[in-house]
Write a protein that binds this ligand. Structure first.
Ligand code: HEC
Ligand code: HEC
Length: 224
C-alpha cells in the first residue's frame, strides 16, 4: 500500500514535470518546430493580449491586423530595419529566430482574430478634428487624407496597417517616431539596412502638428 502511494506520487510528479517541460519547450523561441499558434498563445499573448487584444497601450493590438503587414513587421524586427527603441527592446529578441513558416502562421493567426474592441477615449472634443484629418488630411501641409491608403474605415489593406481600434497612445507614439529626427539615429546605422519602416509615413508625420497627431490617433482608437 505504502509503495503504491509512493509510485502514485512519483508518477504524478513525473507527469507534472513532463507538462512543465512541454510548456518550456513550446515557449522556446529558438525552436523552429514550435508552431505559430503555440507561440501566439504561449508567448505573444503575454504582451499583445489573448487573441491579440492588448489592454496596455505599450503593446499594439494585433487582432484583425492585415496579414501582409504583420509578416512585414516581423521580418523588419528580425532584420532590424524597424528600430525604434520599443522595437529594439521588445521585439528584436523575440523575432530573432523566427522561421518563414512561423511568421506566416503567426500572421495568419492574428489576422483571423476578431477586431479589437474600441476603447474609451480621453477627450471627445478631439474626435471631429481627428475625423477631418483622417478624411481630408492637412492639405496646407501636403498631408493627404489617411483613408486613401489605410482604407475608408481604417481597416488596412495588404502592406498598409489597420489602424481602427488601435490604442491612441501607441498610434501617437508611432506618428512621433515617423516625424522625429530619427535620421540622426539612422546615421549611426549606415552599415545596416536602408530605412524601410515608416519611409512613406515620414511626410504625413512631418506635416501634422502634435495636437493633430493626437486628434487623429484618438479618432482612430474610437473606430470599430
Ligand atoms: C515582452 C512583450 C512582447 C512580447 C512577448 C511580444 N511582443 Fe510584439 N511588440 C511588443 C512591443 C512593445 C511592440 C511595439 C514596438 C514599437 O513600439 O515599435 C510590439 C510590436 C509588435 C508588432 C508590430 C505591430 C504593429 O502594429 O506595428 C508585431 C507584428 C508583433 N509585435 C508581433 C509579436 C509576436 C508574433 C509575438 C509572439 C511571438 C510578440 N509580438 C511578442 C512587445 C511584445
Ligand atoms: C501613401 C499611403 C499612406 C497614407 C496617405 C497614410 N499612411 Fe499611414 N502608413 C502607410 C504605410 C505603408 C504604413 C506602414 C509603415 C511602413 O511600412 O513604412 C503606415 C503606417 C502607419 C502607422 C503605424 C501603425 C502601426 O501599427 O505601427 C500609423 C499610426 C499611421 N500610418 C497613421 C497614418 C495617418 C494618421 C495618416 C493620415 C494623416 C496616414 N497614416 C496616411 C501608408 C500611408
Amino acid at each position: 500500500m505504502k509503495n503504491i502511494s509512493k509510485i502514485l506520487i512519483l508518477s504524478a510528479m513525473a507527469l507534472a514535470l513532463g507538462a512543465c517541460s512541454n510548456i518550456e519547450r513550446s515557449r522556446n523561441l529558438d525552436d523552429a518546430k514550435v508552431s505559430g499558434n503555440t507561440l501566439a498563445q504561449q508567448v505573444c499573448s503575454t504582451c499583445h493580449g489573448l487573441n491579440g487584444q492588448s489592454i496596455n497601450p505599450t503593446f499594439p493590438s494585433l487582432a484583425a491586423q492585415s496579414k501582409d503587414y504583420l509578416s512585414a513587421e516581423m521580418t523588419e524586427f528580425k532584420e532590424h530595419s524597424r528600430r525604434d527603441p520599443a522595437a529594439q527592446a521588445f521585439m528584436w529578441g523575440i523575432a530573432r529566430n523566427f522561421t518563414d513558416k512561423q511568421i506566416a502562421e503567426l500572421s495568419e493567426y492574428f489576422s483571423k482574430q476578431a477586431s479589437p474592441v474600441n476603447k474609451a477615449y480621453s477627450d471627445p472634443a478631439l474626435l471631429p478634428v481627428g475625423k477631418k484629418i483622417f478624411e481630408e488630411g492637412a492639405l496646407e501641409n501636403g498631408v493627404p487624407g489617411c483613408n486613401g491608403c489605410h482604407g475608408v474605415n481604417a481597416e488596412g489593406l495588404g502592406p498598409i496597417p489597420r489602424l481602427a481600434g488601435q490604442h491612441a497612445d501607441y498610434l501617437y507614439k508611432q506618428l512621433m517616431i515617423f516625424g522625429s529626427d530619427y535620421d540622426e539615429v539612422e546615421a549611426k546605422h549606415e552599415d545596416e539596412l536602408e530605412r524601410g519602416h515608416g519611409a512613406v509615413m515620414e511626410i504625413m508625420a512631418h506635416g501634422l502638428t502634435n495636437q493633430q497627431k493626437l486628434a487623429v490617433a484618438t479618432y482612430l482608437q474610437s473606430l470599430k
